[in-house]
Design a protein around this ligand. Sequence first.
Ligand SMILES: [Zn+2]
Ligand SMILES: [Zn+2]
Length: 59
Amino acid sequence: MEVLGLCAICSKPARHTCSMCGRVVCSEHYVKRLHLCTNCARLHGDRERERPPDLKWMN
Ligand SMILES: [Zn+2]
Ligand SMILES: [Zn+2]
């Protein structure tokens, strides 16, 4: 995969782009299920570790 830049959170090589804030983040700080960085996932009120993978708004 292509490295897009450095993670906005931890400065590791980043391969994902947050669909909300547009920042690039590493896989550790990217929530694939939501296509968001962990920052935005938190703002969105969805804890990536506690919630099961069912999203009302994705139906
Ligand atoms: Zn990171
Ligand atoms: Zn974000």
